[in-house]
Write a protein that binds this ligand. Structure first.
Ligand code: NAD
Length: 370
């Protein structure tokens, strides 16, 4: 039996709750899951969400969730600025932790979280769900098998339009307390894919932009936007691959794009999260008369697609990625090999985005581990 606590019940809180509810049904090999205690910013909201999500207890104080002896794992899905204090408290109380990305607004706080995880001996995993898709796993297999030869260049872009409307109101993602914006909100996701598929980034040269300088508040006044919505970076990986990483939270028309182009000596691979049940593969070994991108639709041969649907081409959805992530977290808790980004690996992603910010501020190339 695994007792679960959830702190925060917004967008990601609901995704974690759905994953905890689905993981045993999908995989059939986990211990029974018990949804024990949900914490929110106030008691009324906590009560309501606990009822909706199926948690036995509710509290308007997150510390009560962490102190609950019936809880083994805490799902932490509050805004970024709360992660450090809540994560360290959960680990020090002896709970395993599933914490949403990014780790923290500052690198020092992220380091303190990684230190607390190491000291606790507990499992601490970050919510980098995109590494879990069967298509991305298949891309890793294609790369490992050398199907496109030696990779020499990659381009990765993450774009959404939830901040594209200049009249949309000011909220917590516009506050400097949440971090840089484009970098720690968005760039961390492509970096999780890069780290998962290729390893660490060695050096970066980054530019950032703020398309709308202020936004309307609830009181009707205008408040300056303190974060950046756009970041463009040149990158060099430790394995010698060069590339670009471009992110934009105000890109009208883009809804959930994480577009990856990988170029090798014998072919190339294309992927876009907006169509994440598809991989495009081009190989020079095809006859010249038939060369072109082929579309590979995800299906049961691409693990763990078949745990959800026995028929190919029917497609997984975003919440299934969270369920797969939850299953990997349980594997890690049980001491089995797991495809997760733990706090030590997550710290490398944080190191990279802070190097990008330094590059922007100092207008120069920066060594990530310099
Ligand atoms: P949200 O605003 O939808 O939800 C945050 C919730 O936390 C709200 O319900 C809020 O009331 C609650 N909260 C705030 N202060 C609290 C406190 N002191 N105690 C308890 N609850 C509190 O935000 P979101 O979009 O779910 O983002 C939450 C985190 O998830 C962020 O770190 C974000 O970066 C991350 N996120 C990850 C992904 C992903 O793909 N993995 C996607 C979106 C967001």
């Amino acid at each position: 039996m695994i007792g679960v606590g959830l702190i925060g019940s917004g967008f990601m809180g609901k995704c974690h709750a759905m994953a905890w509810n689905a993981v045993h049904l999908a995989f059939g090999d986990t211990p029974a899951i018990r949804l024990v205690h949900l914490g929110e910013a106030n008691a009324d909201l906590a009560e309501r969400r606990a009822g909706e999500f199926g948690f036995a207890k509710a509290s308007g104080d997150w510390r009560a969730v962490i102190a609950d002896p019936e809880i083994d794992v805490v799902s932490l899905t509050t805004p970024n600025q709360f992660h450090p204090e809540m994560a360290v408290a959960a680990l020090e109380t002896g709970k395993h932790l599933w914490c949403e990305k990014p780790m923290a607004p500052s690198f020092a706080e992220a380091q303190a979280m990684a230190d607390a995880a190491r000291k606790s001996g507990k499992v601490a995993v970050l919510g980098y769900n995109y590494i879990q898709s069967p298509a991305i796993r298949h891309i890793r297999t294609l790369l490992d098998e050398g199907v496109i030869g030696t990779v020499n260049h990659l381009r990765i872009e993450m774009d959404e339009d939830f901040m594209a409307d200049p009249d949309a109101p000011f909220f917590w993602k516009h506050e400097a307390a949440s971090g840089y914006g484009a970098l720690d909100d968005f760039a961390v996701h492509p970096l999780s894919l890069i780290q998962n598929l290729f390893g660490r980034v060695a050096s970066v040269m980054c530019d950032m932009a703020r398309p709308y300088p202020d936004r309307q508040t609830d009181s009707g006044s205008r408040r300056p936007v303190e974060t950046y919505d756009i970041a463009s970076s040149l990158i060099h990986l430790e394995n010698g691959v060069s590339g670009t990483l471009l992110v934009n939270r105000s890109a009208w028309g883009r809804k959930g794009r994480i577009a990856l182009q990988i170029f090798g000596s014998k072919g190339s691979i294309l992927f876009d999260q907006e169509r994440f049940n598809e991989v495009q593969l081009y190989v020079t070994s095809d006859r010249p008369t038939e060369q072109g991108y082929r579309t590979i639709l995800s299906g049961p041969p691409h693990e763990p697609y078949g745990r959800f649907i026995p028929a190919p081409g029917h497609g997984l959805g975003f919440n299934d990625l969270k369920t797969i992530e939850c299953h990997e977290l349980i594997a890690a808790i049980e001491g089995r090999p797991a495809n997760v980004i733990g706090f030590d690996e997550g710290l490398e992603i944080e190191r990279t985005v802070h190097a990008m910010a330094r590059s922007f501020e100092e207008r120069r190339w920066v060594e990530v581990r310099g």
